[in-house]
Design a protein around this ligand. Structure first.
Ligand code: NDP
Length: 293
């Protein structure tokens, strides 16, 4: 029997509707959650991500403050803008769209954002809080994956989870969240240094793939009945599409026949990531009530 498709689009919309209600309550207290989104340059994928984030914020009744800077912006100019936003009580979250041009050191930029406004959860303080399970923002994509698993009642406690990809934004935070006592999973993290990827993937009750490699995961390296979460977003050429390309994940679609649950691309983790970003912006705005008193 083919896998149950995990509908991140519907769940994401449900969450966003709920956030809209909470935003309206906050507005009655005179606060409109506001996210400053900084884009340096005009990379088409980044422009498109920023646009969809802005649209989602406005739909939820929040403010999107778009700051578009030229490609040749220098690091000190960007740091100065971040400093102003850190001190602006009407800006609750700050997001700098990555990647940045070469003349700007991404680490210096991440370090400059006030952790209270770090809705992406990239700052070392936010990461530290997440690792030790202290209260704070959770990173958007990993949090979205966890909520998708919970929505479909996938048991995490005692499960063997295998993650493919160890980036700071997906693989590493997911590992840390999954091993918290409340989730209680046993996690293996694979990367290009992993000796035999299929040895690990075949043992996964839950397989989460974030490698950025189309069709990396074929049915023969997936356990029968596994839960498969595809985080990857890849553009592959497709002459039948007006755009000349289509989006696909890292998992071969034939895995649907072998998995018990499967999150598709598009429509799985992507919409959950946006919903979690909005949730963090709302949380930042709610917290600002106490911190700016
Ligand atoms: P990175 O390129 O930063 O990391 C990719 C990771 O995958 C690396 O750890 C790399 O290993 C590992 N990897 C690559 N190829 C293989 C392989 N053949 N075998 C084992 N491991 C491999 O990517 P991101 O984490 O930023 O993104 C991953 C994918 O997820 C991309 O397609 C991206 O577009 C998508 N994404 C989707 C989001 C969403 O909202 N759905 C959000 C963020 C990302 P090593 O470290 O050894 O190089």
């Amino acid at each position: 029997m083919p896998a149950v498709i995990m509908d991140g689009k519907s769940l994401g919309m449900k969450i966003r509707l709920n956030l809209k209600g909470k935003t309206e309550l906050l507005q009655k207290k005179g606060i409109t959650p506001c996210l400053a989104v900084i884009l340096v340059g005009e990379d088409p994928a980044s422009v498109s991500y920023v646009k969809s984030k802005g649209k989602a914020l406005v739909e939820a009744g929040m403010k999107s403050r778009d700051i578009k800077l030229p490609f040749n912006t220098q690091e000190d100019e960007l740091l100065s803008i971040i400093n102003d936003l850190n001190n602006d009580k009407n800006t609750h979250g700050i997001l700098v769209q990555m990647p940045l041009p070469k003349q700007i050191n991404e680490e210096n930029i991440i370090n400059a954002i006030n952790p209270d406004k770090d809705v992406d959860c990239f700052h070392p303080v936010s990461v530290g809080n997440m690792v030790i399970g202290r209260q704070g923002f959770l990173p958007c994509t990993p949090h979205g994956v966890i909520l998708l698993l919970r929505e479909y009642n996938i048991p995490l406690s005692g499960s063997n989870v295998v993650i493919v990809g160890r980036s700071n934004i997906v693989g590493k935070p997911l590992l840390n969240i999954l091993i918290h006592k409340e989730n209680n999973a046993t996690v293996t993290l694979c990367h290009t240094g992993t000796r035999d990827l299929s040895y690990h993937t075949q043992r996964a009750d839950i397989l989460i793939v974030a490698a950025g490699k189309p069709s990396l995961i074929k049915p023969e390296i997936v356990k029968e009945g596994a839960v498969v979460i595809d985080v990857g977003i890849n553009r592959v050429s497709d002459t039948s599409s007006p755009k000349g390309y289509r989006l696909c994940g890292d998992v071969d679609e034939a895995v649907i026949e072998k998995a018990s649950f499967f999150s598709p691309v598009p429509g799985g983790v992507g919409p959950m990531t946006i919903a979690m970003l909005l949730q963090n912006v709302l949380e930042a705005a709610e917290r600002s009530i106490t911190s700016f008193k």
